[in-house]
Design a binder for this molecule. Sequence first.
Ligand code: AKG
Ligand code: FE2
Length: 329
Amino acid sequence: MDDEEEEFIPPPPPPGPPPLLREDQLLHLARQGWLFLELPDALSQSMTDLLRHSSQYFDAPDIEKKELYPSKLGTEFGYYPIAEEKEYITLRCRIHTDPNAKAKPAAKLAASLEASTVDAWHHAGVLLWRILCDIARASDLDVSVWNDILDGTLDMPDSEDQLTYALMRLFRYFPSTGHAEEHTDLGLLTLCIGDGTGLQVLDRFNSDQKPAWVDGPVGTHTATVLVGQTLRALSARTMTAGAHRVVGNSQGRQSVVFALRHSTRHDVDFSLFGGEGKLHPTELWKTIQAGKVNINTEKEKRDAQRARFRTTRPGAEAEALEHATRGQG
Ligand SMILES: O=C(O)CCC(=O)C(=O)O
Ligand SMILES: [Fe+2]
């Protein structure tokens, strides 16, 4: 008889980052399209720093804010004020790198704003990547399905020629009148934190008679994670895009929104997700954006977008009502 013991070979560790969400959290995110999530200390700290720098930036004179970050690409880049509602800045890559000692105070302000954005972007990117890996594992997909889609998105790009669709957006809502209409975001996942009440998410399962809005968490310890339209599309609509809005609050509110969106570097291969075909990243973006109203543009433009949408797509109103508006996620 062979008494030699069989050598024990431990199973290889699961690929990718360690799991983050519990099963019930993952299910909640998939079904509702949103989840309140306690943040790791490092991320919470960098969000606190970013809110502080963002506050310094918004306190600067309008002319300075515009000069530092002129808006372009519609609402997709730079400083954008909306009268009586809010002002916000969209950061998609580094603009003002470390200034020398003689630099103007405004340039120093921008450089430190960006330094804290780089930090928050990195930590938020890792967190959302871990959630995407949890989603892949729960769907029996390899975590590598995200490699091309996330290429260049998990850290803030160093320069404009490395832009992806991902962004960090900093908001200041005016007291009482500051708001954002109901919408779903466009990207994969969005992470929102705010220093006051106002963000509300829709409880789809209790909204039969009238919409049941749930207040999002306040402060930098807990975030709201939202599923966006791109992730919904990749999941063959098994995941819901989370409907949300911002309502006015008498104190006003500042928020940080990190929108993880797909990379511009590779075609998006739906077959990796059990679907069919490949789409150029720009084509995917256009498809996702089609027929959506940008809730972060001026009110007149939003109304015009709605009117155009109604006349060019008769009968689309019911669908438009479901996902009529979009934010930046
Ligand atoms: O300010 C926030 O917390 C969220 C804003 C938002 O949803 C959006 O602009 O898409
Ligand atoms: Fe949003």
